[in-house]
Design a protein around this ligand. Structure first.
Ligand code: CU
Length: 474
């Protein structure tokens, strides 16, 4: 008995129930193939992305989850990241570049919760924008987050596979109908059944081969491609403006950052999230006494806005750290002037050097290894954090990191942003850090550096300013 005869006999005499079961399984497989997965294009960090933005008076951490298949729900989770707290949120969705609808897709109230979540229906791949309007007693804040829902093109084997599976289903169904009621033994029916069995067997083999080809390359390309530029994305020019144009110390000012493509001059609206934000902004006055680490809200394509209260008159520098799709991190700067008087009650004294200082109810020791600091050598700077109960081990991730250190040289155009040498935390992680946070750096030049160590505890971001004197290399 040859193999072909054996298989056709098996197919011929398999029970009707088994045939129907096989048809059901094939239909389920077809449904699976018909819905290709969608995935995030933003952040190169997978379908879940947290974005921190300062929208008006509120700092909000928004976690967006791209649907795994289309159509599907886009999950938007909004968590205030400290006081003041808004009371309500309006959430709107639109295609990128189209006006937002008048009527919000969701109206949410915080009501004492840590966060609120809503689902927005996404029915097509491409670029979208999510608008969040936060309202409360201190006022209103707006942010607009660009979201790209990526849908990979169908593999070339999809249509042949669907045809092979279709032939398989039809031949099995026809075989079930022809062979019903014991007719498979009758001469005319037996011949037809044999032909149908051959068709079923051939299409089953073709389906198996095509299915293998269909799913193998998908596993190799789980990360969608991001648009890249030949030779890297052009640089960004920052146009900085303040409202009022000549702000006073002690009064709020609204800073707008207009980002333009260094080649075309058009708005640069392809920022890739990095460290939980599209844009990290450090604002420092020339004395180094004022420091703010902010995350301006995107309000329009390439346009970001943030509110801050400078505490002393003088010249200020804004360092904007950003990353374009297909580019690497870059820092662009802008300058602005503040008038008025020093706010004695809020302006902090000059920052101490290495050693112990008190910050609120914490004792923080700033250390350097090796000491004294010298340029051109690998140096570990660290903060040792303790409170009345001893060393602190419950420092929370902030922007996905255990700690941040921003530094600049007082006389040179040197700005650095260093992260603590510690594990990176995923959104919602329960990872805790402490008591020591270490930062590794190589000072390129001797001189005086202004430094700000930052970490988070009990939901509050703590800033430890320090003045570091770096001697010449030996
Ligand atoms: Cu930041």
């Amino acid at each position: 008995m040859n193999l072909w005869y054996y298989i056709s006999t098996m197919l011929c005499f398999c029970s009707q129930a088994r045939r129907w079961l096989a048809v059901g399984a094939l239909i389920a497989l077809l449904a699976l193939i018909a819905v290709p997965p969608a995935s995030a294009h933003v952040g190169d960090a997978g379908p879940v992305q947290t974005i921190v933005m300062d929208a008006g008076p509120y700092e909000l951490a928004v976690t967006i989850t791209i649907p795994p298949a289309l159509p599907g729900p886009l999950l938007v989770d909004i968590a205030p990241d400290g006081a003041p707290l808004p009371e309500t949120f309006e959430v709107r969705l639109t295609r990128y570049g189209s006006p937002f609808p008048e009527k919000p897709a969701a109206l949410l109230s915080l009501n004492g919760a840590f966060s609120v979540t809503t689902r927005l229906d996404i029915n097509a791949p491409g670029d979208w924008e999510v608008e969040i309007v936060a309202r409360g007693a201190p006022g209103e804040g707006v942010m607009r987050i660009p979201v790209t829902v990526f849908q990979p093109p169908l593999p070339p084997t999809t249509i042949p596979l669907a045809i092979a599976l279709g032939v398989l289903i039809v031949s099995l169904l026809a075989g079930a109908a022809v062979g019903a009621g014991g007719r498979h033994a009758r001469p005319g029916f037996a011949g037809a059944l044999r032909v149908l069995n051959y068709a079923a067997f051939a299409s089953a083999v073709a389906s198996a081969v095509l299915a293998w080809l269909q799913f193998m390359p998908l596993q190799a390309e789980t990360t969608p491609a991001v648009p890249t530029y030949s030779g890297g994305a052009p640089h960004i020019n920052l146009l900085l403006a303040t409202e009022p144009q000549t702000p006073d110390a002690g009064a709020p000012l609204v800073m707008t950052l207009d980002l333009r493509d260094g080649a075309t001059g058009l708005p640069a609206d392809d920022l890739s999230p990095h460290h939980d934000a599209l844009l990290h902004l450090a604002v420092v006055d020339d004395s180094g006494g004022f420091f703010a680490h902010l995350h301006p809200a995107r309000v329009a394509p390439g346009l970001y806005a943030v509110t801050l209260v400078p505490d002393r008159p003088g010249m200020y520098t804004a360092y904007a750290e950003l990353m374009r799709h297909g580019g690497s991190l870059q820092v662009v700067t802008g300058r602005f002037a503040v008038g008025g008087q020093v706010q004695i009650d809020t302006a902090p004294p000059p920052a101490p050097g290495l050693g112990v200082r008190s910050i609120g109810d914490l004792t923080v020791e700033v250390r350097a290894q090796p000491a004294p600091l010298r340029s051109g050598q690998l140096t570990t700077l660290s903060v040792m954090v303790s409170d009345v109960n001893g060393p602190v081990r419950d420092l929370e991730p902030w922007l996905g990191m255990g700690g941040h250190l921003m530094m600049r040289h007082v006389n040179e155009a040197l700005f650095s942003h260093i992260h603590a040498a510690a594990p990176i935390a995923a959104p919602g992680s329960m990872l805790r850090y402490g008591p020591e946070l270490r930062f590794v750096h190589n000072f390129p030049r001797p001189g005086v550096y202004q430094a700000w160590f930052q970490f988070r505890r009990a939901g509050q971001v703590i800033t430890v300013p320090a003045t570091l004197e770096v001697q010449s290399a030996k």
